[in-house]
Design a protein around this ligand. Structure first.
Ligand SMILES: O=C[C@H](O)[C@@H](O)CC(=O)C(=O)O
Length: 187
């Protein structure tokens, strides 16, 4: 039976530079909340801000016939909720699709981190990384996170439904500042 995905109520919270004490708690101990954090150096003061899923910027990507149909929601992004240099969002795959971040790309001015979630215990994501002509793979389980250097592709295919939080930082927040990599060039 499909479990009610916790992320359907995912909320993002920006905590600006200089916050001294942060306390997190679940509304109910019976259904503990999950907290996932990306923290990056900040060069300016940004007010703390709650960002609800309804406020996120939605991109509909991919195609069913390419098995990569997916919804990408930008939470921390200049058009939604400005930050100093952090970008964060959540991508989830349409039923029957498996590939994220397809076609692959590099963004040589930003590093990235992924945290996969909503994977069933028996499922895995085969995550591809590394330089396009020298790829490596990781077999990733639910709630496992990984870091992608600026020179590395970052893409994956799941054996079952999944979603992931992506976060980036670096020299800019230009989401479209990417260098596409042709699948045919991957080795
Ligand atoms: O640079 C952008 C990040 O890799 C992700 O936002 C891409 C992604 O979620 C996807 O296409 O599935």
């Amino acid at each position: 039976m499909a479990k009610a995905s916790p992320w359907k109520t995912a909320t993002c919270f920006i905590i600006g530079r200089g916050a001294k004490e942060i306390s997190l708690s679940s509304a109910s101990g019976d259904a503990p909340a999950r907290f996932y954090m990306n923290s990056v150096p900040a060069g300016s003061d940004i007010p703390h801000r709650l960002i609800r899923k309804s406020e996120s910027k939605l991109l509909e990507l991919g195609a069913e016939q390419r098995s990569n149909k997916r919804k990408l929601r930008m939470y921390i992004h200049p058009e939604v909720a400005p930050s100093c240099l952090l970008l964060m969002g959540i991508t989830d795959l349409a039923d029957g699709s498996v590939w994220n971040t397809m076609p692959p790309h590099l963004h040589e001015r930003r590093m990235e981190a992924y945290c996969y979630f909503d994977l069933a215990p028996e499922d895995r994501v085969i995550h591809l990384m590394g330089r396009p002509d020298e790829t490596r793979h990781l077999v990733v389980a639910d709630l496992e996170a990984l870091v992608s250097p600026a020179w590395s592709i970052h893409m994956g295919a799941g054996t079952g439904p999944y979603a992931f939080v992506w976060g980036m930082t670096g020299e800019n927040q230009e989401y479209n500042d990417v260098a596409p990599v042709a699948v045919a060039d991957l080795k």
